[in-house]
Design a protein around this ligand. Structure first.
Ligand code: FAD
Length: 299
């Protein structure tokens, strides 16, 4: 018989949480409430995204610096190559180093106008692999990069995409965090393909609890991730029922994590969208509790 749900998790899980920089005071309040709710779970790190074309540069910096200053959690800053010269990007990285931030999530970024082809900025870093190499020359940052279990839309095929990931790791990245996905097998197959391609850095699944199904469908269409038909059926009729929708979303994300755990995964990165409850509930089911400490902290 199958074991009872979540009875097999053994306190050996590491989690991290991703936030975006708040635009308004109200959003700032929500973000800080979320950080306060999630911080007792002892995440390995929390990260703050960077807006397209550096539009959130100040806000990303302020949020990361505040986390570094006011909480004991390691803060990671996302940084992209979009519309900036190498010198400008290096200056941002130097500011982070000076503020005590030791972890960068290094990304190429998307074209500033949706639908256009990505163009390297004159005098800029060509792509994420190039940015990783640049950061490595500056300081001994911890560096995370992005990975795509369902292939990046700009990539001709999966082999090309894996080569790109390998270049990022070979240039000095410490780990890859994946784009979101909804089938555990998608991640497990990708992890095995990466290992077969000689990528030995950790690959952490990015978990996206569904806040709004319509938003997830829109985002998935842009990033080339599959939304299985069974998921559409599960969210049908819940548009005006936020509480029920949240319960369904937590159940699905927790079930995805449980399958990944059964496949040997011990690290999870949550796209929180600045809301704590869903990620908190899923972590709870996975045995991640306040004050217990993460697996790596205990080691
Ligand atoms: P890269 O790894 O440089 O490349 C993306 C694709 O382009 C690769 O698949 C590769 O095959 C192809 N490619 C790259 N260089 C070459 C080359 N020289 N020749 C041929 N093909 C090439 N975006 C933001 O704007 N801000 C964020 O904070 C942010 N955070 C993210 C966090 C995570 C965990 C993830 C998964 C994504 C995030 N993104 C963010 C989105 C990301 O910027 C986009 O997916 C972007 O299109 C690609 O960035 P990358 O770092 O993966 O690019």
């Amino acid at each position: 018989a199958a074991p009872p749900l979540f009875a097999d998790v053994a306190g050996d899980i590491d989690v991290s949480f991703e936030f975006f920089p708040p635009k308004t005071e109200k959003m700032e309040e929500t973000l800080w409430e979320s950080i306060q709710t999630l911080s007792p779970l002892n995440p390995r790190f929390v990260s703050v995204t960077y807006g397209a074309g550096g539009t959130t540069r100040e806000r990303t910096h302020n949020t990361v610096a505040r986390i570094a200053r006011e909480t004991p959690i390691a803060a990671a800053a996302h940084l992209t190559c979009v519309e900036a010269t190498r010198a400008e990007i290096d200056a941002v990285a130097e500011e982070y180093w000076a503020a005590g931030v030791r972890h960068i999530v290094a990304l190429r970024g998307d074209p500033p106008r949706a639908g256009e082809k990505y163009c390297t900025h004159p005098g800029g870093y060509e792509n994420a692999a190039d940015l990783v190499a640049g950061l490595r020359k500056l300081h001994p940052f911890e560096i995370s990069v992005a990975a795509y279990p369902e292939c990046h839309p700009d990539s001709p095929d999966a082999a090309h995409d894996l080569d790109n990931l390998k270049r990022k790791i070979d240039n000095g990245a410490n780990r890859a965090i994946t784009q979101f996905f909804f089938e555990a097998d998608t991640f497990l197959r990708f992890r095995d393909a990466a290992a077969a391609a000689g990528i030995d850095a950790e690959i952490v699944p990015g978990i996206m609890p569904v806040m709004s199904f319509a938003a997830v469908q829109k985002m998935s269409a842009m990033c080339g991730t599959d939304v299985p038909a069974w998921m559409a059926r599960l969210f049908e009729g819940l548009d005006d029922r936020p509480a029920a929708r949240q319960l369904v979303a937590a159940t699905l994300a927790a079930e995805l994590c449980r399958k990944l755990y059964a496949g040997g995964v011990r690290q999870f990165h949550f796209y929180t969208l600045n809301r704590a409850e869903l990620s908190y509930a899923i972590c709870h089911l996975l045995g991640v509790r306040p004050g217990v400490g993460t697996a790596s902290a205990a080691a």
